[in-house]
Design a protein around this ligand. Structure first.
Ligand code: C5P
Length: 222
């Protein structure tokens, strides 16, 4: 098989944002479109992987993967991932998971009665960290969207979350990041790194998938 093949490799991938309900009609969300994750899911499938995609709400049509699991909240995404992690060889976390959720969603619509409203938020589980800490852990790939000091934070997350690879991008800049068609990534692993320059997200996904396959195979096939 060619160097980049993922034939028979079982991939679990998260994508998109999560929505954390405040009441029946409102939620806390974020600007993730899911585009990078969906493109990466397709690129990994193109390399022969069996891909299960766990997706938060997006406006995208489902990519051609083996299974698509739709979720809304971080807790739902967590449950969907943890119940499937024993059956995967490679876990890729592209989802923009909310770090916090409202402590409880109001049963009825919150009314505008007082001048101030305080929301109490509680931490969501870190899905990627939990997967990386599970035994046996799959090969884990994380993402880091940073507004500054990209390399520092990415390398910190690689180490702290005990990941095999991390793909970092700069958000809030002139080009790339959320809600854009193009992006650039700096990819780090324990003893190496590679810069993937600004390009459209479909091509970038293909290049990242090839790089993931290369590192995965070095670990598992060599
Ligand atoms: O720590 P930070 O949220 O920046 O880490 C980003 C990485 O962790 C991404 O790969 C993201 O998908 C993953 N993540 C997760 N669960 C969370 C928060 C982040 O899987 N609750």
């Amino acid at each position: 098989p060619e160097a980049s093949s993922l034939k028979g490799v079982r991939v679990l991938l998260t994508a998109g944002p999560t929505r954390e309900p405040l009441d029946p009609v409102r939620f806390l969300g974020n600007r993730s479109s899911g585009r990078m994750g969906y493109a990466l899911a397709e690129s990994l499938a193109d390399l022969g992987a069996r891909v299960v995609l766990v997706s938060g709400p997006t406006a995208l049509t489902g990519p051609s993967v083996d299974e698509l699991v739709r979720v809304e909240t971080a807790l739902e995404m967590h449950a969907a991932v943890m119940s499937r992690v024993v059956d995967c060889d490679l876990f890729v976390a592209t989802a923009a998971v909310a770090d916090y959720r409202p402590e409880r969603a109001a049963e009825g619509k919150i009314k505008k009665s007082s001048e101030e409203l305080t929301l109490r938020l509680v931490r969501n589980p870190d899905i990627l960290s939990e997967v990386a800490a599970s035994t046996p852990a799959p090969f884990t790939v994380g993402f880091a969207a940073e507004t500054d000091r990209v390399a520092d934070y990415a390398l910190g997350k690689l180490r702290d979350k005990r990941l095999d690879m991390i793909a970092a991008n700069l958000v809030g800049a002139e080009r790339g990041g959320f809600e854009r068609d193009e992006n650039a990534l700096s990819v780090y692993w324990s003893d190496g790194s590679r810069d993937l320059p600004m390009m459209n997200k479909t091509r970038l996904a293909a290049e990242l998938a090839a790089l993931i396959a290369e590192r995965y195979r070095e670990r598992h096939v060599a």
